[in-house]
Write a protein that binds this ligand. Structure first.
Ligand code: ADE
Length: 237
């Protein structure tokens, strides 16, 4: 089923085995423009930009996921199942749940906890946490060490809701479930990888903190996220 309903690449060869997935299409473009050579755009459907190029001579793709689990659920499923992608690494932003994570810190998601129904509806999975791929995580830890970039390795919360009517629910999600930060995609990505026998990881940069009320501007975020991108780009093959 190529092209798929949401990706217009005409053959699986247009997409590398490893795909980096920022949420924002313009961040995918920024990564391609800033870090990749010999870049070819393979997707523009709904402006969800996707590119393949080389990093230090090794092939890698970068494509946006959009925001939220339904969106990353669609794109990651089509990449894994129909384009035979093996590895997807989400590279996104998150909100800290504790003062132990500072703005711009990098977090590798050991696992994603969620109250979302995504995994249950998609494949009958009823537990509330899913791990990232150990193999990818081990590699990402090595690359972060080699690059001298400090990285937290922790459980994160994947939420379906950005604006909640109750403002301090996060305190219980931190104390009861051990989630140090919140984002909105990893649980669905990890689930799709699990059901399809593929690999997934999630690297996050802290863009705001619910405990300390600190926040970055969208302009600051564009450039400050390069540490996380450099770690992930080392996965190019
Ligand atoms: N991504 C970045 N900050 C976030 C927050 N506060 N909640 C959910 N996702 C986020």
């Amino acid at each position: 089923m190529i092209p798929t309903p949401h990706i217009e690449a005409k053959s699986k060869e247009e997409i590398a085995k490893t795909v980096l997935m920022p949420g924002d299409p313009l961040r995918a473009k920024f990564i391609a423009d800033t870090f990749l050579e010999d870049v070819v755009q393979f997707n523009g459907v709904r402006n969800v930009l996707g590119y393949t190029g080389t990093y230090k001579g090794r092939r890698i793709s970068v494509m946006a996921s959009g925001m939220g689990m339904p969106s990353i659920g669609i794109y990651s499923y089509e990449l894994y199942k129909f384009y035979e992608v093996e590895n997807i690494i989400r590279i996104g932003s998150c909100g800290g749940y504790t003062a132990d994570v500072n703005l711009y810190d990098v977090i590798l998601a050991k696992d994603a906890w969620s109250e979302s129904s995504y995994a249950k509806v998609q494949g009958g999975y009823t537990k509330d946490a899913i791990e990232g791929s150990k193999e990818l995580n081990d590699k990402l830890k090595t690359y972060a060490d080699e690059l001298g970039i400090p990285m937290h390795v922790e459980r994160i919360h994947s939420s379906d809701v950005f604006y909640r009517e109750t403002s301090d629910e996060y305190k219980e999600i931190y104390s009861k479930h051990g989630c140090v930060a919140v984002e909105m995609e990893a649980f669905a990505l990890f689930h799709n990888a699990k059901v399809l026998g593929k690999n997934a990881a999630c690297l996050l940069t802290v863009s705001d903190n619910l405990a300390t009320h600190e926040a970055t501007t969208s302009e600051e975020r564009q450039n400050a996220f390069t540490n996380m991108m450099k770690i992930a780009l080392e996965l190019a093959e």
